[in-house]
Design a binder for this molecule. Structure first.
Ligand SMILES: Cc1cc2nc3c(=O)[nH]c(=O)nc-3n(C[C@H](O)[C@H](O)[C@H](O)COP(=O)(O)OP(=O)(O)OC[C@H]3O[C@@H](n4cnc5c(N)ncnc54)[C@H](O)[C@@H]3O)c2cc1C
Length: 323
């Protein structure tokens, strides 16, 4: 195997591409305009923007802690200080956890891992075919590329659609359903409350983060990222696109009520829907590698709903490929 195509620039794709580039020629393709997948950073004005997906990283395993401590020294990640306000009793334990964020946005880690690799954006992989021991890949812009190996790091439903008949047996019959999330981004007047984030105990609004508190920029207004609960987003996901304004207003009113923050003026608002935001369970395996087909799959959904699970899955796949 000489050359490998990696699909996805989230933590799973960036990690596996970075590792494989020690042994192989690697190219990375993503359907999105920018880097990071669900840890991407939505820019508002130059460096000012929103972490509209991944909120923060609380490392649990020793290897991942070690990986992040190196990134901390390199100033790729940093600590996100409080106050973080907890209204939700169920997740009180989160209070104690260290909260790490990307130093310039939560896609800083993907950017760092991919900085020396060839990455192509707005390339959606539509079709895959194995011909003469090569993967023939057809992208949305009509381009066709040939590779010896193929690694897919997309959420489960998107991976399944691509692989179809080649879907590995062990998760063919599994009901891997990822939860949705709706995220509202707001630019509003500054407020006297110097809060970094809120964990709400509410059916609709789960979480709110004040982007200014991450100290990546200074700005005259406050930027807030408001995220729904999974349960509510699963029910409402199909409807929000038809009436974005209504949904934004619903989030704003809920936020005002729960936080008591006074919103005199909204300078900007937008809503983003994550159809496949996270998988709360875990599979028995951490990644998949088919040696004869030279087909690999990794992603957070193998291990659970967190960023760390993507990193673990990619490392597991790398071991399988190189052993
Ligand atoms: C709203 C939200 C909040 C979250 N909060 C937290 C949190 O606080 N803490 C935490 O640990 N985790 C959190 N997560 C989960 C975390 O973001 C994910 O676990 C992690 O980012 C997944 O990384 P990944 O690389 O496995 O997948 P992704 O980041 O989804 O990467 C997959 C990539 O593949 C690309 N792709 C898909 N299909 C194709 C195709 N056909 N062709 C080309 N490219 C394709 C996508 O564009 C994407 O860039 C959150 C997620 C969401 C959505």
């Amino acid at each position: 195997m000489k050359n490998i195509c990696v699909i996805g620039t989230g933590i799973s794709g960036a990690t596996i591409a970075n590792l494989l580039s020690k042994n192989f020629i690697v190219e990375v393709y993503d359907k999105a305009k920018g880097i990071g997948g669900r840890s991407s950073y939505r820019r508002y004005l130059s460096e000012i923007g929103f972490d509209h997906g991944l909120q923060y990283i609380s490392p649990k395993t020793n290897n991942f802690k070690k990986f992040l401590s190196v990134l901390k020294i390199k100033k790729i990640v940093k600590k996100w200080s409080g106050p973080h306000k907890f209204y939700n009793q169920k997740i009180q334990e989160n209070k104690k956890h260290l909260k790490l964020i990307g130093s310039k946005g939560n896609n800083s880690i993907s950017k760092y891992l991919l900085k020396n690799l060839k990455c192509y954006f707005e390339y959606e992989l539509l079709k895959i075919k194995r011909i003469n021991k090569k993967w023939k890949l057809t992208f949305s812009n009509g381009e066709i590329k040939l590779f010896d190996g193929l690694i897919i790091t997309a959420p489960y439903a998107q991976t399944k659609k691509l692989i179809k008949k080649k879907l590995p047996h062990f998760f063919k019959n599994k009901n891997i359903k990822m939860d949705a999330n709706l995220t509202v981004m707001l630019v509003i007047n500054k407020n006297k409350f110097n809060i970094s984030s809120y964990f709400f105990d509410d059916n609709i609004l789960g979480w709110a983060a004040r982007e200014n508190s991450k100290k990546r920029f200074n700005y005259k207004y406050d930027l807030w990222t408001l995220q729904s609960t999974f349960k509510w987003a699963n029910k409402n996901f199909s409807k929000f696109k038809k009436n974005k304004k209504l949904y934004i207003n619903l989030f704003v009113n809920r936020f005002k009520k729960l936080s008591k923050i006074k919103i005199n003026k909204i300078y900007f608002s937008n809503i983003h829907g994550w159809k496949y935001s996270a998988y709360s369970k875990s599979l028995k395996v951490k990644s998949y590698w088919n040696k004869s087909l030279k087909l690999g799959i990794c992603g957070d959904w193998f291990g659970g709903p967190r960023f760390e699970n993507g990193w673990i899955s990619a490392n597991d796949l790398y071991k399988k490929i190189t052993n």
